[in-house]
Design a protein around this ligand. Structure first.
Ligand code: PFF
Length: 451
């Protein structure tokens, strides 16, 4: 292990870690997925539960996963093994690291397909395809686009190639450079969109939909989705934060950095909601439209605002980059594992894992067209994959990680890694040992119908 550790890279500063981890957290989950699943689950109740999950479970888990990574300083499988051994526990905890790697890999297979849509929309908005069109025409263009497997395969391939190219250049060469500028730029453009939604959208109705508590359309499955999405959005339970934590220099406070990441991530999701729903209502669209929601509302807004083609293209560029800074963290755990345990070079490891993702991604491509009629439990391949990974496997993996940090690792180790005030440490301790595992367990049992 010590040989592997010598070759294990490090971020060049703590700020770059924060930017990379924030880049991982902020992505399609905030801007594409959060609004559409909030829309499907009644809006405000979903938002409220999501926020509670971020606070009570997400943040302690984010801290737990990062601290395990920094303690182990290896890819998630070896990392779990050495940290378990240090704590005198069973080395089979390594399989939890393996589950994280698998989860990141599976999520990337469909993440890349949707990210491909955003790249396609850069060109469509820049070319003025939506100018002068109404809501139904924009909806029709979207339906026509996803009905074409070849187009989706093309953009999915471009996105996977971009991800592989960045990851192949390594932590300091590729990952750091990509996130430095883009995360702040996306934030600014979102603020501009919110400004537009305030002036041109039905702002009052949009905000009411998001924040005025109404549990009418909220079910047991909604609860599961809100929790799963809190973890998805913070990039936890998948080895991503563990691997980024493993590149983190030893003197940085994990508690502080985790809070920064969580606040940034949650603000972007809420801003996206506040930008999108006023436009949804002003254009008489249905909030429960599903995965196409932003692709049917935002082009409408851009088509109507001054310099809309420019702003629109820029927005989709930034969204594609936000997706890229997340996708690199989804594949990095698998790449680090292939390198450290199988001796592959970084480019070859990227090629192998990237090709695997691309191939399985075709299942998602086809579930929007050729296979859209093939369903299991009323879900297409994409719906099923998303449900299994985000709503079942992620919470299970996150819960086991927090149990590991809270019950298996020594408190002194946790205290040293988190480096925070005694009071905050105590709060983390209580949340990690009792509140988070018990709540995840109850919500899971309720979601699968046992309770
Ligand atoms: N958090 C990312 C998003 O919200 O788009 C998605 C993601 C990235 C999930 C990395 C998990 C992960 F490990």
């Amino acid at each position: 292990m010590s040989k592997k550790r010598e070759n294990h890279p490090q971020w060049s500063s703590w700020l770059l870690f924060v930017l990379a981890a924030t880049g991982s957290a902020i992505g399609l989950g905030n801007i594409w997925k959060f609004p559409y699943i909030a829309g499907q689950n009644g809006g405000s109740a979903f938002v409220l539960v999501y926020l509670a999950c971020v606070l009570g479970m997400g943040i302690p888990m984010l801290m737990a996963e990062t601290l395990i990574g920094r303690r182990g300083r290896l890819n998630p499988i070896d990392c779990m093994e050495v940290v378990a051994e240090e704590a005198g526990a069973n080395p089979h905890w390594r399989w939890l690291g393996g589950m994280g790697i698998l989860l990141g890999f599976l999520i990337l297979t469909y993440y890349s397909v949707i990210a491909g849509w955003t790249i396609a929309y850069i060109f469509k908005t820049a070319a003025g395809v939506f100018l002068g069109k109404g809501a139904s025409e924009v909806g029709y263009l979207f339906a026509q686009f996803i009905a074409s497997p070849w187009q989706l395969i093309f953009w999915h391939s471009i996105f996977m190639l971009a991800t592989m190219a960045i990851v192949a250049r390594g932590v300091q060469g590729g990952l750091e450079k990509a996130v430095e500028l883009l995360t702040p730029a996306l934030f600014i453009l979102l603020l501009i969109l919110v400004g537009y939604a305030m002036s041109a959208g039905d702002f009052q109705r949009g905000v009411r939909f998001l924040f005025y508590p109404d549990f009418g359309r909220f079910s047991g499955e909604s609860l599961l989705m809100a929790m799963g999405h809190a973890f998805f959005s913070l990039s936890i339970g998948m080895g991503a934060m563990m691997i980024y934590g493993s590149y983190l220099p030893g003197n940085v406070s994990i508690a502080k950095t985790s809070l920064i990441i969580a606040v940034a991530d949650t603000s972007v999701a809420l801003l996206a909601g506040v930008a999108i729903f006023p436009l949804v209502f002003a254009n008489h669209l249905e909030p429960a439209t599903g995965p196409g929601l932003i692709f049917q509302t935002l082009p409408l807004a851009f088509a109507q605002m001054p310099l809309g083609s420019l702003f629109g293209a820029l927005f989709f560029v930034l969204l594609a980059f936000a997706a890229l800074s997340s996708s690199i963290s989804l594949i990095e755990p698998a790449v680090a594992w292939l390198m450290e345990d199988f001796g592959l070079t970084r480019p070859v490891a990227c090629l192998v894992s990237g090709f695997g993702c691309w191939l399985i991604g075709l299942g998602t491509v086809f579930s929007f067209n050729r296979w859209s009629h093939l369903t299991l439990f009323d879900k297409t391949f994409f719906d099923l994959l998303d449900f299994l990974t985000s709503n079942l496997m992620l919470p299970i993996s996150g819960m086991l990680l927090v149990v590991f940090a809270g019950w298996v690792m020594q408190p002194e180790v946790n205290r040293a890694e988190l480096s925070t005030s005694p009071c905050l440490f105590r709060l983390w301790w209580l949340l990690s040992r009792y509140v988070a595992p018990a709540t995840v367990g109850l919500i899971l049992l309720n979601g699968i119908g046992v309770l």
